[in-house]
Design a protein around this ligand. Sequence first.
Ligand code: FES
Length: 124
Amino acid sequence: MARFQRHIFVCTNERPAGHPKGCCREKGSEEIRAALKSGLKQRGVADVVRANASGCLDACEFGVSVVIYPEGIWYGGVTLEDVPQIIERTVLNGEVIERLVIQDPRYAPSKKQFAILPLPPKKV
Ligand code: FES
């Protein structure tokens, strides 16, 4: 089995204040990544799912941008309040959260439901 089964890439790119493209960091992406990391740990799946900081994902106008691989699920406008649902619904249950999908055909998911994550055995 692969070391990690899913990766959640969170854009933490930073641009100078006033840059026309803006950036995900100014919208709180570092806090979102930290909350994902902590939530994965609380759910006991930090050994199989990794929340990674990413450079610009080239979806700046939709930020905070998040992409989950290997499924290629792109979410935009992600906030801290979305973190629990991303973990429970998408990461653990393979469900695409429609309201978070970036509304651009280039980012459309190939399916609405992916495999449920097999949870690792509880550590004793
Ligand atoms: S700055 Fe976040 S996607 Fe480009």
